[in-house]
Write a protein that binds this ligand. Structure first.
Ligand code: PLP
Length: 435
């Protein structure tokens, strides 16, 4: 095979012979063998409007025939990109007034780190540079963003520049709480550990904390009660910026436009991508809080330019698609729509809880995790088997260690949600029988 596949063992059966998709319709995709699958993860948590939305196709096509490309460098930009930046500020948490565009989530995270450093230099704090990131976090595959990612398999063998990163514990109550520890007590413990980490490193050396409001690729981990309040209190005390990585959670995945709104986060910077264009075009953005943006712009002015940017950042076709996606989200009354689909998903996943191998089911908007138990290794093997059984039955899940990840397109129907729940029950039964 000439194609080198990300996050795949190139010498495994699936590496040599990957499942290869050729078309999509609604929440379904079809492979080269003609097998059709209900994609219960919307690709990589991103195809929020399914695989055949005519309006997004039309928006892209219209833009392609009007202005297929323009950049935003050197005092130029495209009207549609400018319009998107304005529109985003209406939806973002109050006070986030500036948008810097990229093409991928990793670029948005790299931009956040670089602008954090630029900001601290501008404030005359050149020693304040380290970034706290959590175990289990996924922030991307660029050198900086992979360094922040807290998953071993993204680090081993790559010699990433890691000195800048401080690592703190993940907010996984089900996995990491002590026996008898309440959610609030667990959150407070995590906040105390964060405080100790910053104090030990020296607050004058710590610039920012990055976190996904709800962890995605680390296992669909929602914040336990009181977590973000406690963490933000520590960050404020030490003058540490909060970067909310909303690459998955932005644009309704957890039920609010941005999860920062749902969980009361007050980020200095916020990354977004994925559902921004329903994944029909690679596009990302970093939003900046107005005071932080002001300091950065003033410093860039003193230096004569903001020396950072990507050729395809703010691509007009992506901007046109994103504007149309936002229009569709507005028309579908996004928060209420996701709440309704979330209730349906919750109901469909209820029967799986009866299986003794299921330890925890968590549904947050249209993100869900079903965590299997009885030892990490056996549960991880079992989860892999469940996903294989489900694939044979025509439904695609994501395996994250012992957790099955679910994040269907927002346009998932009642019948499809029921099929997801039913297939999971049948696949788990079959996988347990085969153990
Ligand atoms: N941040 C988060 C929270 C993500 O989930 C991802 C990708 O899954 C990224 C960043 C990186 O995005 P990309 O793959 O578009 O570079």
């Amino acid at each position: 095979m000439s194609h080198m596949l990300p996050f795949t063992d190139p010498r495994s059966a699936e590496g040599r012979n990957p499942k290869t998709m050729v078309s999509g319709r609604g929440c379904h995709v079809t492979d080269t063998e003609g097998n059709e699958y209900l994609d219960a993860v919307a690709g990589l948590w991103c195809a929020s409007l399914g695989f055949s939305n005519e309006r997004l196709v039309e928006a892209a096509s219209k833009q392609l025939s009007t202005l297929p490309y323009y950049h935003s460098f050197l005092g130029r930009t495209a009207a549609v990109t400018d319009a998107l930046a304005r529109k985003l500020t209406e939806k973002l948490p109050v006070g986030m007034t500036k948008i810097f565009f990229g093409s991928s989530g990793s670029e948005a995270v790299d931009t956040a780190v670089k602008l954090t450093h630029f900001y601290q230099n501008a404030r005359g704090k050149p020693e304040k540079k380290r970034v706290v990131a959590r175990q289990g976090a996924y922030h991307g595959s660029g050198a900086l963003s992979a360094g922040l990612t807290g998953l071993d398999y993204c680090h081993i063998g790559f010699d990433l520049p890691g000195a800048m990163v401080l690592r703190t514990g993940r907010p996984h109550y089900f996995g990491d709480a002590e026996p008898g520890e309440s959610e609030t007590a667990f959150s407070r413990r995590r906040a105390r550990e964060l405080d100790a980490l910053i104090v030990e490193a020296g607050p004058e050396s710590v610039a920012a904390f990055i976190g996904e409001p709800v962890m995605g690729s680390g296992g669909v981990v929602p914040p336990p009660d009181g977590y973000w309040e406690a963490v933000q209190e520590v960050l404020a005390r030490h003058d540490v910026l909060l970067i909310a990585d909303e690459v998955i959670t932005g644009f309704g995945r957890t039920g609010s436009w941005f999860a920062s709104q749902r969980y009361g986060l007050r980020p200095a910077m916020l990354t977004m991508a994925k559902q921004m264009t329903g994944a029909y075009f690679p596009m990302s953005a970093l939003a900046l809080e107005s005071n932080v943006a002001e300091v950065i712009e003033k410093h860039a002015h003193e230096l004569g330019t903001l020396g950072h940017g990507f050729t395809y950042g703010g691509h007009p076709v992506g901007a046109a698609v994103a504007l149309e996606a936002v229009r569709i989200y507005e028309e579908m009354d996004l928060p209420n729509h996701v709440a309704d689909r979330s209730n349906a998903l919750n109901a469909a996943l209820a029967p799986i809880k009866a299986n003794p191998r299921v330890g925890n089911v968590r549904v947050i908007g249209l993100m869900a995790g079903v965590e299997l138990v009885d030892g990490r290794d056996p549960a991880t093997k079992l989860a892999r088997r469940v996903a294989d059984e489900a694939e044979r039955r025509g439904v695609l899940f994501r395996v994250i260690g012992p957790i099955l990840g679910i994040s269907p397109p927002y346009v998932v129907s009642d019948a499809e949600v029921e099929l997801i729940g039913r297939t999971l029950v049948e696949s788990l039964d079959a996988a347990v029988r085969a153990e």
